[in-house]
Design a binder for this molecule. Structure first.
Ligand SMILES: [Zn+2]
Length: 224
């Protein structure tokens, strides 16, 4: 209680010295997050979407929002900044606005980044989001996927080319091969943005070969 009062008092002082503004509408913030209460309330999770991976396998896609403001603004900040705090903010929104906390998961699996892009940026955004979600959900991250080849930037390609570009793009990391760690487990793939589903489908196809009970996906934004 005392700590709580103290931290509120401390935040007020911090805000006085370094005023913080809502990332979406620019009003002065009276909370410790990146959005004001109005903008926070305007983030509406969209209906989950099922994608068939094979005749008997499907994944469900959970999204905190469509690709629209205010979350779109945070996605932009994340993309252009090297500051991991925006990934952590997105993780918090995904945790609060979707039903992933009710899924009784075994592992969170981030979408891997090719090493050359990792070197350029310094970190993998999906991995940072996964680690933050891991703390919030108390579920371990299993960084089991690797990228086989340097895929082109997806945004520059047509829908058909996106699927071809990502075919065989992922594999199980060598150190996890033949260990069947995912057998009968409930897996949640973590990514920031869902566009055509090509990335998720290809990652899920690889994961299903490990005989999990289920594979699903959570993203911050899904383009609808
Ligand atoms: Zn606002």
């Amino acid at each position: 209680m005392i700590i709580n009062i103290f931290s509120k008092y401390f935040n007020k002082i911090l805000n006085f010295v370094y005023p913080k503004f809502c990332k979406s509408c620019d009003v002065l913030l009276d909370n410790n997050f990146v959005f004001c209460h109005n903008c926070w309330d305007s983030i509406k999770p969209i209906a989950s979407l099922d994608i068939n991976i094979s005749l008997s396998k499907k994944i469900t896609v959970y999204a905190a929002s469509s690709y629209s403001d205010p979350l779109k603004k945070l996605m932009f900040e994340k993309f252009y900044s090297k500051n991991v705090v925006f990934c952590k903010n997105l993780a918090f929104v995904m945790y609060k606005k979707t039903i992933i906390k009710d899924l009784q998961l075994d592992y969170l699996v981030p979408i891997p980044l090719h090493w050359s892009r990792y070197a350029k940026r310094g970190y993998n955004q999906s991995e940072v989001i996964a680690k933050e979600l891991s703390k919030l959900l108390n579920i371990p991250v299993l960084d089991i996927l690797k990228r086989n080849k340097k895929t082109y930037y997806q945004s520059t390609l047509s829908v058909k080319d996106k699927y071809l570009n990502l075919k065989n793009a992922f594999d199980i990391k060598d150190k996890y091969k033949n260990k069947y760690l995912l057998k009968d487990k409930k897996i949640l793939i973590i990514d920031d943005l869902f566009t055509t589903g090509a990335t998720a489908s290809n990652a899920a196809t690889v994961l299903f070969k490990e005989f999990p009970e289920s594979v699903d996906l959570v993203v911050a934004c899904r383009i609808v």
